[in-house]
Design a protein around this ligand. Structure first.
Ligand code: NDP
Ligand code: 8X3
Length: 260
């Protein structure tokens, strides 16, 4: 079953926007079937219909909030085995930042949203999918961390902590899964223009846009094509950790423009 050139099944969380949506597009364009998870049903339906028509692939959508473990379990169990007999690749992408400020001014609700989505959500989906990958004896888990998971930055505190956690979990999973033929990769993008800042600044469009003024950030397509590349390597090759930034950003703290 594990033929490098066959049509694969790729499960992507957070597929309705930004990096997740671009991942759906690039895997669809390369003739792979998709399982797409997110909370916004209208966007999921639209994406399914567009990509199925354009590329002649099959897409199964899963309406689920990754923070809710039972919802995630039910969603994974609902995937029709006839059409999707395997899962080759899991992209744990769903995530967010909420707020930007000193730790003592942080809102508990924002902290919970970030920890529950970025850390516990990733765990819920991984735990629900792993029995399938282990049974197959192969698979590839790609966790979307961030440059924020490598270096903390001013006012980033809890968001950075969640991405450091993703980094630690990715390293741990890699070790835990060594005996199961399952690859585990951490992708760590720098600033990438998506709906990320709009969510972080609670819908403030001007503030969100200002984040990317004065330099050319990564596009979600840049990140998705890098993720796609990590899935095209020979069976015996695993990229463990990959950081990508735009030309003018070196890491969380050094960009020709300070992100404020
Ligand atoms: P977007 O806001 O554009 O997309 C986020 C996606 O996550 C949406 O599809 C959203 O779907 C989904 N999502 C959020 N919360 C949940 C939830 N509770 N359950 C299910 N799905 C959820 O942001 P990005 O594309 O930028 O972010 C994707 C990932 O990349 C995140 O993990 C982010 O931390 C990371 N990242 C982003 C960078 C950037 O600069 N943009 C840089 C480095 C990493 P819906 O609302 O429909 O549920
Ligand atoms: C998102 C990029 O720089 O806002 O992870 O933390 S940054």
């Amino acid at each position: 079953m594990q033929d490098q050139h066959r049509r694969k099944v790729v499960l992507i969380t957070g597929a309705t926007s930004g990096i997740g949506k671009s991942c759906a597009e690039i895997f669809a364009a390369n003739n792979h079937n998709l399982i797409l998870m997110a909370r916004r049903e209208d966007r999921l339906k639209q994406l399914k219909s567009t990509l199925e028509q354009q590329f002649g692939i099959y897409i199964h959508t899963l309406l689920a909030d990754v923070r809710n473990e039972q919802e995630v379990i039910n969603a994974i169990q609902s995937v029709p085995e006839n059409d999707f007999p395997v899962i080759d690749i899991l992209i744990n992408n769903a995530g967010l930042a909420a707020g930007f400020g000193p730790i003592d001014e942080g809102k508990t609700d924002d902290w919970n949203r970030m920890i529950d989505t970025n850390v516990k959500g990733l765990l819920h989906v991984t735990k629900a999918v792993l029995p399938i990958l282990k049974k197959q004896g192969y698979g590839h888990i790609i966790n979307i961390s961030s440059t924020a998971g490598k270096d903390v930055y001013l006012n980033g505190n809890v968001y950075c902590a969640t991405k450091f956690a993703v980094d630690a979990l990715t390293k741990s999973m890699r070790i835990d899964l060594l005996n199961h033929g399952i690859k585990v990769t951490s992708i760590n993008p720098g600033a990438c223009e998506t709906e990320f800042s709009l969510v972080r600044f609670d819908g403030d469009e001007q503030r969100a846009k200002a984040v990317y003024d004065g330099f050319t950030p990564l596009t979600p397509e840049d990140v998705a094509s890098t993720i796609y590349f990590t899935t095209t390597l020979p069976k015996h090759v695993c990229i463990n950790d990959l950081t990508l930034t735009c030309l003018t950003q070196a890491n969380s703290n050094y960009n020709i423009k300070k992100i404020v």
